[in-house]
Design a protein around this ligand. Structure first.
Ligand SMILES: Cc1cc2nc3c(=O)[nH]c(=O)nc-3n(C[C@H](O)[C@H](O)[C@H](O)COP(=O)(O)OP(=O)(O)OC[C@H]3O[C@@H](n4cnc5c(N)ncnc54)[C@H](O)[C@@H]3O)c2cc1C
Length: 380
């Protein structure tokens, strides 16, 4: 298919990275979004996202994350933008619930990911920001870190445009057969790649809605203590705290400390909700901070984000052709972990779009099932 005309719908990190890869392969790509790429409703837009190879027993995502790390570093060198900071990531294994962390250790040994295993005393001496009486041990992945998410999206879009790609504003809809339409007409292109994030469920009510769940997530940024740099990324890693249903990112470029406490089943109206966080979330975050990060007690919330994830039953992404439209490729299924993988994901999707190979079994729309916490890459 030389010089195929490709439409990519959705300018979040999944669509933008796919568009960049295809444009660089010499295709003619138009990227369409309802709003300006980088807008605040998109899941990809926030100060930062964690990049880590830590994925329990799942070797596939462990390898993808390692490969993506390398590619983010290359994009950083090419663009001259600060996209990634290698502050490391710490997983805290709660006493009596260490399956996922034990699995990660085995996978790291197999794949060759550098890590350290810390006892409770080690954690306290290396990272005194954390109070860990309930923690059995921690794994520290030194080459993990954070991606400056908004900047990553904007930089990807800039590279795409510099390669000759076109960005347009528009709202895709679907007809009764779920065929994509723009301005009331069927979308015309050799391949139509639809990467609309959580909006995919409503756009494809028969194909995607039954295998997805869209949830809101409140994220708060808490001020670092006046006059102290202990909670800056220079001195503190990202962390994952499954036992407390939490994860977090140290202050990066002045963001404040992101301590995210996931409140399950928070509903969200993607188009109509004001993106303001709830009082319940403030209270939950404050009690988490009191438990785990006592040095932040009394500090003020300085920023917040109310955003969404689309979860598949097995938390695997979606990269598959629509069952009834052979040139419509559905792409995304975030499941809370797509951002870090975006450079490899976009490259992979480009190959599927150009029929270099078929998709991976795990990314097929059909045959989804809920995984046990032991099998799941997220450990939940
Ligand atoms: C709070 C939170 C924390 C997270 N933490 C991490 C993390 O630490 N590490 C990690 O790897 N991942 C993380 N994730 C997941 C990651 O952010 C997402 O998986 C990723 O950003 C999804 O990108 P996307 O491009 O699929 O969707 P989006 O970024 O939502 O982009 C979809 C785009 O499609 C556009 N669109 C939608 N419908 C249409 C339409 N009809 N017509 C035209 N355009 C349309 C939208 O406007 C939007 O710009 C987190 C997510 C959240 C919410």
């Amino acid at each position: 298919m030389p010089n195929a005309h490709i439409v990519v719908v959705g300018g979040g990190i999944a669509g933008a990275m796919t568009a960049l890869h295809l444009q660089r392969r010499g295709e003619q790509v138009t990227l369409i979004d309802r709003w300006e790429p980088g807008h605040s409703r998109a899941a990809s837009t926030d100060y930062n996202r964690v990049i880590r190879a830590i994925s329990g027993r799942d070797e596939f995502y462990t390898r993808w994350a390692r490969d993506s790390r390398q590619r983010w570093l290359e994009l950083q060198a090419e663009s001259g933008q600060n996209l990634m900071y290698e502050c490391g990531a710490l997983i805290l294994a709660t006493e009596g619930h260490c399956d996922w962390e034990d699995g990660t250790t085995d996978t790291f040994d197999k794949v060759g990911v550098p890590y350290y295993r810390y006892s409770r005393a080690d954690i306290q001496s290396r990272f005194p920001q954390f109070r860990v009486p309930d923690i059995a041990y921690a794994l520290f992945e030194p080459q993990a870190g954070l991606l400056m998410a908004h900047r990553c999206v904007i930089t990807t879009i800039s590279l795409f445009k510099a390669a000759g790609g076109v960005v347009e504003r528009g709202r895709m809809t679907t007809d009764a057969s779920e065929r994509p339409r723009l301005d009331g007409k069927p979308v015309e292109a050799d391949v139509i790649i639809v990467a609309p994030g959580a909006w995919m469920a409503d756009l494809f009510p028969r194909t995607i809605k039954p295998i997805s769940n869209v949830l809101g997530i409140n994220v708060l940024y808490t001020s670092t203590p006046d006059g102290s740099d202990a909670f800056d990324m220079a001195n503190m890693p990202c962390w994952i705290d499954h036992g407390q249903g939490s994860f977090g990112i140290p202050s990066s470029e002045g963001s404040g400390v992101k301590a995210a406490v996931v409140i399950p089943n928070t509903p969200i109206d993607l188009d109509n909700d004001e993106r303001l966080i709830e009082r319940q979330s403030m209270n939950r975050t404050r009690s988490y901070i009191k438990h785990r990060l006592p040095g932040l007690v009394g500090e003020r919330v300085v920023d917040s984000k109310f955003n969404q994830v689309i979860l598949t039953p097995d938390t695997h992404f979606i990269v598959d052709y629509h069952p009834e439209h052979e040139n419509v490729l559905l792409v995304g299924g975030c499941s809370g972990h797509l951002f870090k993988h975006a450079p490899v994901f976009g490259d992979f999707v480009a190959g599927v779009a150009m029929r270099d190979y078929g998709t991976a079994d795990r990314f097929k729309i059909a045959g989804r099932r809920k995984l046990s916490p032991k099998e799941s890459p997220s450990g939940r």
